[in-house]
Design a protein around this ligand. Structure first.
Ligand SMILES: [Zn+2]
Length: 624
């Protein structure tokens, strides 16, 4: 048991922490109408105060001065994912990308996705002239089904494969209308809104049909390139890259501002060429005397189709395993972007008819995802495929932070089959689709816009990107804006203003089919539940005398194992009794609110003193 000294230190902070939870349970009881909670009033409207800037008192959004251009990153500048940018003139609004962010179990437990907050757009949806999409990855298209109907189904401008990816994504949402598309490609220059021209240019990424846009406004070009890296020969970008970034400005139509990917801004030098990566993988495929299993991200579409073609060249057949792998290859084929040689792709059953050296498997699950193909095969749970010691497994992906434990587990599973594992740390078999710092600097310099705005990344990545542009490209620091989600930046050729007011930017989440604002308190409770557990006390008292009818019931989950904690629980019972008697004795009628609040306080102090844990405490006091 703990000593008394430790305790007094701890009890201090705990007090406010726990009473916060009490408030929460009171609030929650309103909708729920559960038992004893019902009688709790909610005198303070804390939730409202906290969120009034977005819910009740609309923030005063400054008017856009005549001729100015407004840029608002609605997402993607304080995280990886959730990419969405707004470009606004006096007459028109253009939207670029509508992405999701994958939720983290640590940060937002129980949430599926985080999506951009679009209140600013919803209030101005009559001004929206089009949605421009840079490429078909979910962090750029994934929030379409939750957003496109709310902003009035504007026309969508994107590449061919991107269109198919968006349609596939929307398929699972039957309430959505069919979208109106204009399929565009590099070199196109389209006219939209109040005679704004949009120049489309090609960018190198890990998926076909990735494009950038230059919005030719009267103040100059507003340029967004989406996710970018460079194809280069020993750090000399190929001609295609020069053509893409170097020819956007024309006499009388200068480049005003460039919004640039910061995902890999912290990585020094140049990223590896995707073409080299593919060559290395194909070498392994070619040399292998038995089956080759390639685990990679299903989003690496360029790599996947290249491996398909390579396998065919070597007279091998390919089995696709994993839903997203099959889906993405299927979309490539249906869209006409990829035509596989006849008979190349076979099923896992058909593979039994071929010798092992003629087989290549493309698999999902390189991040150790529990139900993905690679994990299921390695843990012998796949119904059709079993590894053996002659197999080669190529893990053609990096370790995404947060997945290290799962990946280790999968690698251990793989190693139990005594097969050969090839990894990106030791062989050049994976490159990110995002350019490293030197590539980004080359792009920034080549574009040569007057102003610069790093986007796509956490705040620290944006700052590193900005710093590098200043220190290494000699760019003027005061011409850089590092935005937050919802920052309102009004720009003209003389300068820019970052307004104090922001567009509504509180976090919007998708939980199952529900879309809404997440309340911090809900997430905080979920985190406490996972870490500290829950402790429920049900006490029945005589409302007139305050005497307890019987010994209180105690339920706990994720806190301590009750059977092994008899002493603790006995102490808790005694304390519960004392607390209730102290606060109800001689009161007629008994004030249940006070009894519960004090009980929670007393119990919280006792539990943290004796266990060091601060579970969520729910006191239920029934008067019968
Ligand atoms: Zn991407």
């Amino acid at each position: 048991m703990n000593t008394h000294n430790q305790v007094s230190n701890q009890s201090h902070g705990k007090h406010s922490h726990k009473s916060g939870h009490n408030k929460h349970t009171s609030r929650k009881s309103h909708g729920g109408g559960r038992g004893s909670f019902k009688r709790q009033p909610s005198p303070r409207k804390e939730g409202f105060t906290r969120q009034k800037t977005t819910h009740h008192n609309k923030p005063h959004i400054p008017e856009l001065a005549p001729g100015d251009i407004r840029i608002i990153p609605l997402g993607g500048v304080e995280q990886i994912g959730q990419n969405m940018n707004v470009i606004e003139t006096n007459d028109d609004i253009f939207v670029v990308d509508i992405g999701i962010q994958f939720s983290s179990e640590l940060e937002t437990p129980g949430v599926d996705y985080i999506i951009p907050n679009i209140k600013y757009l919803v209030e101005r949806k009559d001004k929206i002239r089009g949605v421009f999409v840079t490429h078909g990855h979910l962090d750029h298209i994934g929030a379409f089904p939750y957003i496109i109907d709310q902003i009035g189904y504007p026309k969508v401008y994107c590449g061919l494969l991107t269109k198919w990816m968006i349609d596939k994504r929307n398929d699972e949402f039957p309430h959505l209308q069919k979208l109106e598309y204009e399929v565009i490609e590099p070199g196109n220059r389209i006219t939209i809104g109040n005679d704004i021209k949009v120049q489309v240019f090609a960018v190198t990424h890990s998926i076909p049909d990735a494009i950038g846009f230059s919005f030719e406004t009267p103040q100059g070009n507003v340029i967004l390139a989406g996710d970018t890296k460079l194809e280069h020969i020993d750090t000399e970008p190929v001609q295609r890259e020069h053509d893409a970034y170097g020819k956007l400005a024309r006499p009388g139509q200068e480049n005003l501002i460039f919004l640039s990917d910061s995902t890999s801004a912290e990585k020094p030098g140049w990223s590896k060429n995707e073409s080299d990566i593919i060559e290395n993988i194909l070498q392994l495929v070619k040399e292998s005397k038995s089956r080759v299993f390639l685990g990679t991200f299903a989003s690496q579409i360029s790599r996947i189709t290249a491996v398909l073609d390579g396998a065919h060249q070597f007279g091998k057949k390919v089995v696709l395993e994993g839903r997203s792998m099959k889906t993405n290859v299927d979309i490539c084929i249906k869209s006409g972007r990829y035509v596989p040689p006849k008979g190349l792709i076979i099923s896992a059953d058909e593979a039994n008819n071929y010798p092992p050296d003629k087989l290549v498997y493309l698999l999902t699950g390189s991040q150790g995802e529990e139900f993905a193909a690679l994990m299921r095969i390695s843990s012998k749970k796949h119904p059709k495929i079993r590894f053996n010691d002659r197999d080669t497994v190529i893990l053609s992906s990096s370790v995404i932070p947060g997945n290290a434990v799962a990946i280790q587990k999968m690698k251990d599973n793989l190693a139990r089959h005594d097969l050969r594992i090839v990894e990106y740390q030791t062989s050049e078999i994976h490159a990110s689709g995002h350019g490293n710092q030197d590539e980004l600097l080359w792009i920034q310099k080549t574009v040569g816009a007057k102003f610069f705005m790093p986007v796509h990344g956490h705040h620290a990545m944006l700052k590193v990107h900005a710093q590098a542009v200043v220190e290494r490209n000699g760019f003027d620091r005061k011409n850089i804006v590092v935005p937050d989600n919802g920052s309102i930046i009004d720009v003209n050729r003389d300068g820019f203003t970052v307004h104090k007011q922001k567009a509504p930017n509180n976090v919007t989440v998708v939980e199952g089919f529900r879309v809404g604002d997440i309340q911090d308190v809900v997430v905080r409770d979920r985190k406490t539940l996972t870490k500290e557990g829950i402790f429920v006390v049900i006490a029945t008292i005589d409302p007139k005398t305050g005497k307890m009818r019987k010994s209180p019931d105690i339920i706990s989950r994720g806190f301590v194992y009750l059977r092994d904690s008899k002493e603790l629980i006995q102490g808790a019972r005694t304390l519960i009794k004392q607390s209730i008697i102290r606060n109800s004795k001689g009161k007629n009628p008994v004030d249940f609110e006070i009894v519960k609040k004090r009980l929670a306080d007393d119990l919280g102090r006792y539990l943290v003193q004796n266990t060091g844990k601060r579970p969520i405490i729910i006191p239920v006091v029934l008067g019968v």
